[in-house]
Design a protein around this ligand. Structure first.
Ligand SMILES: Cc1cc2nc3c(=O)[nH]c(=O)nc-3n(C[C@H](O)[C@H](O)[C@H](O)COP(=O)(O)O)c2cc1C
Length: 176
């Protein structure tokens, strides 16, 4: 895990061939193009306990994740859509790191099976806004299988949307 940076990209999927991780990696590239360095937190490689509201908080990886989150100004979370919500791994990270999310600018990159779940991160977005006064970037990237080529590379249209999210995050990073 790298140290805290002003921009943090979180990949929430635990799946090896994750599509949301491809969205997250492209966003990181967009930041690099703008000479912005970002930290990358991949929940597939960072073991975290399930939040029990108790002893789980003392796990050493929880402290490291909390430090990354607290040290960022902008956090973009890439998540699979599971049961009309962000996946449990991302929600678990947020449960474990709670107050570290205070006053962040937060954006979402979502990979979903179909187009009907496009409002599915709103519950999580509401919680971040109301519990931690996060400013939610009103430009979500929501991608389905049809946004990817056969070789799993991104189609140009979704690349444009990710670049626009990066741009929006740069423009409002000092708004909170
Ligand atoms: C347990 C589970 C629940 C899912 N629920 C939804 C859902 O509610 N809406 C949807 O559009 N896709 C749903 N999907 C499909 C995933 O969002 C899709 O496979 C996505 O690519 C997963 O992200 P990943 O590739 O980054 O792992 C679900 C998949 C799983 C395994």
């Amino acid at each position: 895990m790298s140290g805290p940076k002003e921009y943090l990209v979180i990949s929430g999927s635990l799946r090896e061939s994750s599509r949301s991780r491809i969205l997250a990696e492209y966003l990181k590239q967009c930041y690099e193009t703008q000479q912005v360095t970002s930290a990358f937190l991949d929940l597939r490689v960072t073991d975290l306990p399930l939040c029990d509201g108790d002893s789980a908080y003392s796990h050493p990886n929880v402290a490291q994740c909390a430090e990354l989150i607290a040290g960022a100004r902008v956090i973009i979370a890439a998540t699979p859509v599971y049961n009309f919500d962000a996946n449990a791994a991302l929600k678990n990270l947020i449960e474990l790191t709670g107050d570290s999310w205070e006053n962040k600018v937060v954006g979402f990159l979502c990979a979903a099976g179909g187009s009907s779940s496009y409002m599915s991160v709103m519950g999580l977005a509401n919680s971040l806004m109301l519990d931690f006064r996060c400013l939610i970037i009103p430009r979500f990237v929501y991608a389905t299988r049809s946004d990817f080529n056969e070789d799993k590379s991104l189609k140009d249209e979704v690349k444009t949307r990710i670049a626009q999210l990066a741009q929006a995050s740069l423009a409002i990073k000092n708004a909170v």
